[in-house]
Design a protein around this ligand. Structure first.
Ligand code: SAM
Ligand code: F3S
Length: 440
């Protein structure tokens, strides 16, 4: 039996979601509970990310720490899950032979089985296969804490951007059946969930069928979820520009429960670089999507992902990225230095641009985006916002904090009975990335 499980999660929201599922399957099979202290764990899981090299290297430094714990407690099991596990497989054992279990994002439901096999056989167990969507049929009903929950609706990615490792580590896109997703959300709402975030690497590539056999996409799913009375806010992430259909764009403004925020990765403002990245859209096409979105829902805030220093990105290319950032006025976004990933087509391109230049560009873009995010916060001053209060403010334990549609934390003076409730507030103050509000 496993009494205590410690899970360290790296990377994206999909990984956070997968970690909560690991905890659920282990709770069901071993009645184990979660611990925040690796020293008291019987099983330590590292749920890894291989999207960029830095994230990957962090894993090995943590493993060094856990190897010492294992020397003091030989019964301790150490597991590597997620994308590094999927990418490296048994090779992990060459660098860290003390690891007991290696499993991928699509085999996490087999964790209890792998633990048993490891104990019986006494040798490390590796399972990084991609069994078709089997995972969801073997997961226990989700456990929830609080009023927000994530629901994975599509796994994997079939876009194969030239720089990205995800299609190789998570497999091709597979959508979960429409009715299964709705059943899960209805179940979550019966447990007190009020805000749902639909997840997928390309969540807007979701395709399924209703129980009447009609084709169903993300727009239809949003329409059905809107009818679930207790669900009061719907979010979805991450989207791909090529999958922003008119029906999905029209959901903004049409369904009041859909948060007025969209995270839509652009990566670059240069058509030359976008083509080399195999993104299959141009900067103008991206701008047209935003134009249509803002026409339907003028208050929608847009955030994005940018890759700086893609091989042979020139000053002219970078200037085009700055240009589109100025034109669109993005909310707080993510920008990353390009990291060559093993086996991806872009990793074979010879690159002439120095690291210093790339860092300078990254810094410049981040400063620009920071200013844009702050400007959006200032525009919110005096406005009415709907927030979901998720708990006590970490800034001041006598206050509560909640999030707006565009993910800003608002501190308010309010009674604790309002935790997990939606309230309308007026924004009275803006400080860096936080806001202060008063209940209307
Ligand atoms: N589905 C999303 C989209 O439409 O682009 C992206 C999901 S990806 C896992 C998250 C982000 O990681 C990407 O948007 C990209 O900016 C970044 N990323 C992926 N591969 C990268 C690499 N090799 N180097 C730097 N950043 C990378
Ligand atoms: Fe990666 Fe492109 Fe898919 S960034 S997750 S291959 S859309």
């Amino acid at each position: 039996m496993l009494k205590k499980v410690f899970i360290k999660t790296f990377g994206c929201q999909m990984n956070e979601y997968d970690s909560s599922k690991m905890q659920d399957v282990l709770n069901q099979a071993h009645a184990s509970s979660k611990t925040e202290d690796p020293k008291e764990a019987d099983l330590i899981i590292l749920n890894t990310c291989s999207v960029r090299e830095k994230a990957e290297e962090k894993i090995y430094s943590h493993l060094g720490e856990y190897e010492i714990l294992k020397k003091n407690n030989p019964n301790l099991l150490i597991a590597i899950g997620g994308c590094v596990a999927s990418q490296e497989g048994e090779n992990i054992l060459k660098r860290a032979p003390f690891v007991d279990l290696i499993f991928g994002p699509q085999t996490l439901h087999r964790l209890p089985d792998l633990v048993n096999k490891r104990k019986l056989a006494g040798i490390p167990q590796v399972d990084i296969s991609f069994p078709e969507i089997e995972k969801f049929d073997h997961l226990p009903p989700p456990s929830v804490s609080g009023s927000s929950a994530m629901v994975s609706i599509i796994e994997g990615c079939s876009k194969y951007c030239s720089f990205c490792v995800v299609p190789y580590t998570r497999g091709e896109e597979i959508s979960r059946p429409f009715e299964d997703v709705l059943t899960e959300i209805i179940h979550l709402s019966s447990l007190g969930v009020k805000e749902i975030t639909l997840l997928g690497q390309n969540v807007n590539a979701y395709r399924s069928f209703t129980n009447k056999g009609e084709p169903a996409d993300l727009a239809l799913l949003i329409e059905y979820i809107s009818d679930i009375e207790d669900i009061q806010r719907i979010r979805f992430t991450t989207s791909h520009p090529n999958e922003m259909t008119d029906s999905l764009i029209e959901c903004f403004g049409k369904f009041p429960k859909l948060a007025a925020h969209l995270h839509l990765p652009i990566q670059s403002g240069s058509d030359r670089i976008l083509a080399a990245m195999k993104r299959n859209y141009t900067a103008l096409e991206y701008k047209n999507i935003i134009k249509k979105l803002r026409k339907n829902c003028p208050s929608v805030s847009i955030s994005s992902d940018f890759i700086i220093g893609f091989p042979n990105e020139t000053d002219a290319d970078f200037n085009l990225t700055k240009k589109i950032m100025n034109e669109i006025q993005f909310d707080f976004s993510f920008s990353f230095l390009y990291s060559p990933r093993p086996g991806t087509p872009a990793s074979y391109i010879h690159d002439e641009i120095s690291h210093e230049i790339k860092l300078k560009r990254l810094n410049e873009l981040q400063l620009m985006n920071d200013a844009q995010g702050k400007a959006i916060s200032h525009l919110m001053l005096g406005s009415k916002q709907r927030i979901l209060i998720d708990g006590v403010s970490w800034k001041n334990p006598t206050e509560l904090a909640g999030k707006t549609d565009n993910n800003r934390v608002v501190d308010i003076q309010a009674d604790k009975s309002l935790i997990n409730q939606f309230v309308d507030v007026t924004i009275t103050e803006v400080t860096s990335k936080r806001l202060r509000g008063e209940i209307i």
